[in-house]
Design a protein around this ligand. Structure first.
Ligand SMILES: *Cc1c(COP(=O)(O)O)cnc(C)c1O
Length: 425
């Protein structure tokens, strides 16, 4: 790595994986919680969402008896103690044969990454639990069906610089790191996540920044990966600072799942840094209503209080969130924690995704079950990212059912037909 190429670029975050669960002798056993200096804690936070969920507390006491609360609440500790293989996972989950076999496959697969916090949400006895299916591999992952590929959206062929996807005229997708705190089994970027292919490398960043600087049509930069929030505050700030210096870049956003799988990362110093680079928006990846916990609520509250508009992105997944009730509970949960539902994605046909993919009809059915039945803010756009690189294509249930003389015939959410007197052209 040529970290020296740019002297002001902070060194890469070094995470030394510790032996998970190992008792640490001589550690103070006192539980300290100085994360919330009282003068910085708005009254509202104290009432609603300050406490951790009982579930994660019990999990911590049981599986990490030697960890202090301060350690548990430290995002670096959470990353250092990730569950990454069958051996460690078998201590907290009753693995099914299928899961065990998938975990035993040696190489060439998307890594497994489960933070202790997210592990606390997994059901030890049910391998079909939605959250568990999202992060624990199954053997179906190794089955490649018709039409699937490693890079279905042709991102690599639309990258003027490695890791910078320029598909739309006025905005770019910048894959700043391949580190991720989750490794969702249906990840669109399974081909790069955790491979070292798109490391937060100074030279690659420099080339991407140069391209953005030299392309005045780019007014919107979307930072993704991997997960941008796995980088240190300093590294992230370096990048935001560089982007802010480019006059034509009006708008920066971060795509992340960190607030959901590693809410401890959303520290006060992080949000204080982020708020210096407005306008900054964030798209947070949610999969299921069970992910909306007190910890996640508090993380989103900090981000929203820092003035960062929060949107959500959700992938439609078979047997996980593919029904109106689950999706409605998720959207309601998001609105409660001030996250505006943005996209519902048809699952991309990446290699091994057939176990997760639903018929396109399913997404339309879900949108039809939301629109009108609940808050309009709670209805995301249902999109298919077109294979081959056509970009996102929005699908809506068809409401126009015909014409009658000068009127348009429209079907409402309850199925009743209404006439709108159309204007003449
Ligand atoms: C999704 C995406 C964007 C952002 O699209 P919006 O509809 O503006 O949110 C930009 N570039 C690429 C390559 C994308 O996949």
């Amino acid at each position: 790595m040529e970290g020296e190429a740019s002297p002001s670029m902070p060194p890469e975050l070094v995470l030394v994986p510790l032996e998970a669960n190992s008792p640490k002798k001589g550690r103070p056993q006192t539980a300290t919680s100085n994360l919330f200096p009282p003068e910085l804690t708005p009254f509202r936070q104290r009432r609603a969402s300050q406490s951790r969920s009982t579930r994660s507390k019990l999990f911590q006491r049981f599986f990490f008896p030697f960890a202090t609360d301060a350690e548990w609440n430290d995002w670096r500790w959470q990353l250092q103690n990730r569950f990454q293989d069958g051996r460690s996972l078998s201590r907290i989950l009753r693995l099914s044969d299928d899961e065990r076999n998938a975990l035993d496959r040696p190489e060439g697969q998307l890594p497994v990454n489960v933070t202790p916090y997210y592990a606390s949400l997994l059901d030890a006895g049910d391998s079909e639990q939605p959250l568990r299916r999202g992060v624990i591999p199954s053997c179906d992952e190794f089955v490649c069906t018709n039409g699937e590929s490693d890079d279905p959206l042709a991102e690599d062929s639309m990258s003027p610089v490695h890791g910078l996807v320029h598909r739309y005229p006025d905005r770019v997708l910048f894959l700043i790191t391949d580190h991720c705190a989750a490794c969702c089994r249906y990840c669109t970027r399974s081909r790069v996540v955790g491979t070292g292919e798109m490391a937060p490398d100074a030279r690659r960043w420099e080339l991407a920044l140069e391209y953005i600087e030299n392309t005045p049509t780019i007014r919107d930069v979307l930072l993704s990966g991997g997960d941008p929030l796995t980088l240190s505050d300093d590294r992230l700030e370096y990048l935001l600072h560089r982007l802010r210096r480019i006059p034509h870049v009006e708008f920066v956003r971060i795509g992340t799942k960190v607030p959901v799988v590693l809410p401890q990362r959303i520290t006060l110093p992080l949000v204080r840094m982020l708020r210096r680079y407005h306008p900054l928006w964030m798209s947070i990846h949610f999969m299921h209503p069970d992910e909306v916990t007190p910890e996640v609520e508090r993380a989103c509250e900090r981000l929203a209080d820092a003035g960062i508009p929060l949107g959500s992105q959700t992938v439609l997944l078979k047997g996980i969130n593919d029904n109106v009730d689950t999706m409605k509970r998720l959207m309601h949960g998001l609105l409660r924690i001030r996250v505006r539902p943005y996209y519902l994605y048809q699952c991309d046909p990446i290699t091994g995704s057939s176990q997760f993919r639903t018929p396109v009809e399913k997404g339309l059915e879900i949108i039809a079950g939301l629109r009108g039945f609940t808050t309009g803010y709670g209805v995301p756009h249902f999109v298919i990212d077109a294979p081959g690189g056509g970009g996102k294509i929005a699908l809506v249930p068809n409401a126009v059912i015909g014409r009658e003389e000068d009127s348009v015939l429209l079907r409402n959410y309850e199925g009743n037909v209404y006439k709108y007197p159309d204007a003449s052209r």
